[in-house]
Write a protein that binds this ligand. Structure first.
Ligand SMILES: Nc1ncnc2c1ncn2[C@@H]1O[C@H](COP(=O)(O)OP(=O)(O)OP(=O)(O)O)[C@@H](O)[C@H]1O
Length: 583
C-alpha cells in the first residue's frame, strides 16, 4: 500500500494542485460571501417593509427592492457555487492531465513493478478526491477561520473569563477530535487502495477472459474482485464513521460550553462581575460559533481525505518516466539506409534482485540483411530486442545502433528507426485501419493498400463488411491469431523502418501465409536490417547470419550450413526443426 506522505509534503503537493486555481477559488469565495451578505440584508429589508406597512406608507419601492435583493442574492450564490464546482473539476482535470501524460510515458520496468489497474484507479478515482479539498474546503477554512476569530473577539468584549471557559471546552473536545483526523486519512487511504485493487483484479480477469471461462474460474474470480470491493466498503464505512464523529464533536463542544458558561456565567452574574444582558449576549455568540467551527471541521476533514488521495497520486507521479528527447545531442537523420546493430559484451538483468539474463552477449549485425536469433526458450533472445529498443538499459557493456550507444540516442529517434513486431503480436482495440497506421500515423491510403497486399490481408479486408473500418475488439479478439500477426507485421512495415525486429512474427501462420510473409521479409531484408527470433527452421535457413544463444550467452554465429557442421546445439535444434525446444 502507498506509504503516508510527511505532512509538509502533503501540504506542498496539495498546494501545487490548488495554486493555479487560487484566483478562481477566491472569486468563488467572494461571490459566496456576497450571496450570504445579501441574504443577511433580507430581514432588514423585510423589517422596513413591515414598518412602512404599519405607518401606512407606500411599499412598492421596498417590495421591488426586496425582490431584487432576493433574486440578486440567489443569482450571486448560484454563480459562486458554479465557479467553485467548475474550479473543482478543473483541479481534477489538471491532475488527470499530468498523471495520464506521465503514466503513458513510464519506463517498462516501472509498469512491470506496478499493477496497471491500480494505476488507472489513481487517474479515475483518486483525482476526484482532490475536488473538495482544493476548493470548497479552502473557502470553508477561510470563512470559518474569519467567522471564528470575529466571534471570539465579540466574546472577549463581553467577558474574558467566559471566553476562557469556552476555549477550554473547545480545546478539550477539539483535542479528541484531532485524534480522529489521522484515522480519517488512514481509512480513506486504505479504501482507495482497495478501489485500486478492484481495478487490478478486474483487469487480470478481463485480460485473460477466455482462460477464465475455459477454466471455469468465473466464481473464483468474482469472489476475488468482490473481496476487494468489500475491503473498499469496510474502510469507506470506517472513514465515514470517523467523519461523523468529528462532525458531531462540534455540537458537543458547543453544548458543553453552553452548560459551562451557564454555570460559571450564572456565578459571575451573581457576584456582579457581569450583567445578565452580557451573559445572554455571550450565550448568543456561543451559538454563533457553531457555523464557523463546523466549517473549520469540514475543511480539516476534507484535508484528511485529500491527503490520502494525494499520497497515491504523488506516488504515481514519482514513477520513473521516459523523456522522448533524452539522450545526448542530436541524431544524424541517418537517411533511409539500413541500421547496424552491435552488442559489446552486454550484461543484463531485469531487476537488481533477479539473476542475470545476459552474461556478456556480443555480436555484430551490419545492415542490410536478415539475422536470425535461435536458441532454447529463455535463452535471452527477446531480451536482445528489448535492449535494442531501449525498453531496458544494459547493466554492463554497450548496445550500439549505427555505431552509436543507444543511451546516446534520443529515445524517440531511436524507436522511430525501428519497426517491432512483438512475440504475441498485440492488436489494440479500435479499427483495423487504426491498428495498421498506429506506428505510422502519416501513412497514405496507397501505402496502406500496398502493405495489405504484401501481408495478404487484402482478402480479409474485402471480406469484412466495414473493410478497414471494422472494429477488431478488445486486443483484436475478433481476429484470428494469424491475422493478428499479419496486422502486426503490416504495422511495422508501414513505419518504413531502417531496422525491423520480428519476434516469432510468423509462428501462428499457416504454411501458405508463412511462405508469403517470408518472401516479403526476405525482400525487405535486401534494403533493411532485419533481426528475427525464430523457432522454425524454414525461417532460419533463409537468414544471412544466425546467432545461436543459450542461457544468456552467444554460443556461435554463422550460416545454417556452418552451424549445422560446427555447433552441436544448433545441429540438434535444426534436427528437431527448432520445434521440440519450444517451451
Ligand atoms: N520483463 C521481465 N522481467 C523479468 N524477467 C524477465 C522478463 N522478461 C523475460 N524475463 C526472463 O528473462 C529470461 C530470458 O527471456 P527472453 O524472453 O529473452 O527469452 P527468449 O530466449 O526470447 O525465450 P522464448 O524463446 O521462450 O521467447 C527468461 O528467463 C525470462 O524468465
Amino acid at each position: 500500500m502507498t506509504p503516508r506522505l510527511p505532512a509538509r509534503e502533503t501540504w506542498r503537493a496539495l498546494y501545487r494542485h490548488f495554486r493555479p486555481h487560487r484566483a478562481a477559488v477566491a472569486l468563488g469565495a467572494l461571490l459566496a460571501l456576497v450571496g450570504t451578505v445579501t441574504g443577511l440584508a433580507q430581514p432588514l429589508a423585510a423589517k422596513t417593509l413591515v414598518d412602512r406597512l404599519g405607518r401606512d406608507e407606500p411599499i412598492t419601492g421596498v417590495l421591488l427592492g426586496l425582490t431584487a435583493l432576493v433574486v440578486a442574492g440567489t443569482a450571486v450564490s448560484a454563480v459562486g457555487s458554479y465557479v467553485l464546482e467548475r474550479t473543482a473539476e478543473s483541479v481534477v482535470l489538471a491532475a488527470r492531465h499530468s498523471l495520464i501524460g506521465r503514466l503513458l510515458r513510464l519506463r517498462l520496468v516501472e509498469v512491470e513493478r506496478t499493477q496497471p489497474g491500480d494505476l488507472m484507479a489513481r487517474i479515475t478515482s483518486d483525482t476526484t478526491l482532490l475536488r473538495a479539498v482544493t476548493t470548497r474546503s479552502v473557502v470553508s477554512a477561510a470563512t470559518g477561520g474569519l467567522g471564528f476569530l470575529a466571534t471570539l473577539v465579540m466574546m472577549l468584549m463581553m467577558d474574558a473569563v467566559l471566553l476562557g471557559v469556552t476555549l477550554g471546552v473547545i480545546v478539550l473536545i477539539g483535542g479528541a477530535f484531532a485524534l480522529a483526523m489521522p484515522r480519517i486519512a488512514e481509512a480513506t487511504r486504505r479504501s482507495q487502495a482497495a478501489v485500486g485493487e478492484i481495478s487490478s483484479r478486474l483487469e487480470r480477469a478481463f485480460g485473460a477472459f477466455r482462460t477464465v471461462k475455459a477454466s471455469g474460474a468465473e466464481a473464483r474470480e468474482t469472489a476475488v474482485v468482490e473481496e476487494a470491493a468489500h475491503d473498499a466498503w469496510r474502510h469507506g464505512v470506517r472513514a465515514a464513521g470517523w467523519q461523523a464523529l468529528a462532525g458531531s464533536s462540534v455540537g458537543l463542544a458547543v453544548q458543553v460550553s453552553f452548560l459551562a458558561v451557564l454555570g460559571i456565567g450564572g456565578a459571575r452574574v451573581a457576584s456582579g462581575a457581569i450583567t445578565v444582558a452580557e451573559l445572554i449576549a455571550f450565550l448568543l455568540y456561543l451559538f454563533y460559533l457553531i457555523e464557523p467551527v463546523s466549517q473549520l471541521v469540514e475543511a480539516v476533514t476534507q484535508y484528511q481525505v485529500g491527503s490520502a488521495a494525494i499520497a497515491r497520486i504523488e506516488e504515481a507521479e514519482r514513477l520513473a518516466a521516459e523523456d522522448p528527447e533524452q539522450g545526448a545531442g542530436t541524431v544524424a537523420a541517418g537517411g533511409g539506409g539500413p541500421a547496424s546493430v552491435v552488442f559489446e559484451d552486454v550484461a543484463f538483468r531485469y531487476r537488481d534482485d533477479l539473476p542475470y539474463v545476459h552474461h556478456g552477449v556480443s555480436f555484430e549485425v551490419p545492415g542490410p540483411g536478415m539475422t536470425a536469433f535461435v536458441g532454447p526458450s529463455g535463452a535471452g533472445k527477446t531480451t536482445v530486442f528489448g535492449l535494442v529498443e531501449r525498453f531496458y538499459e544494459a547493466t554492463g557493456g554497450r548496445v550500439l545502433v549505427d555505431g552509436r550507444d543507444v543511451r546516446d540516442w534520443p529515445v524517440a529517434a531511436l524507436r522511430g528507426a525501428i519497426g517491432y513486431v512483438e512475440q504475441d503480436a498485440p492488436v489494440l482495440a479500435g479499427t483495423l485501419r487504426e491498428n495498421l497506421v498506429f506506428a505510422a500515423p502519416g501513412a497514405t491510403e496507397e501505402e496502406v493498400r500496398e502493405v495489405l497486399v504484401r501481408t495478404r490481408l487484402d482478402a480479409l479486408v474485402e471480406r469484412l463488411p466495414d473493410g478497414l473500418d471494422t472494429v477488431v475488439g478488445h486486443r483484436g479478439s475478433k481476429l484470428s491469431g494469424g491475422e493478428r500477426q499479419r496486422v502486426a507485421v503490416a504495422r511495422a512495415l508501414l513505419r518504413r523502418p531502417r531496422l525491423l525486429l520480428l519476434d516469432e512474427a510468423t509462428s501462428q501462420l499457416d504454411a501458405v501465409n508463412e511462405m508469403a510473409l517470408r518472401d516479403v521479409v526476405a525482400e525487405v531484408a535486401r534494403e533493411v536490417t532485419v533481426l528475427v527470433v525464430a523457432h522454425r527452421l524454414s525461417t532460419v535457413t533463409l537468414a544471412d547470419r544466425i546467432v545461436v544463444m543459450d542461457a544468456g550467452r552467444v554460443r556461435a554465429v554463422g550460416t545454417h550450413a556452418e552451424l549445422v557442421a560446427g555447433d552441436p546445439l544448433y545441429a540438434e535444434l535444426a534436427a528437431t526443426q527448432f520445434l521440440a525446444t519450444r517451451g
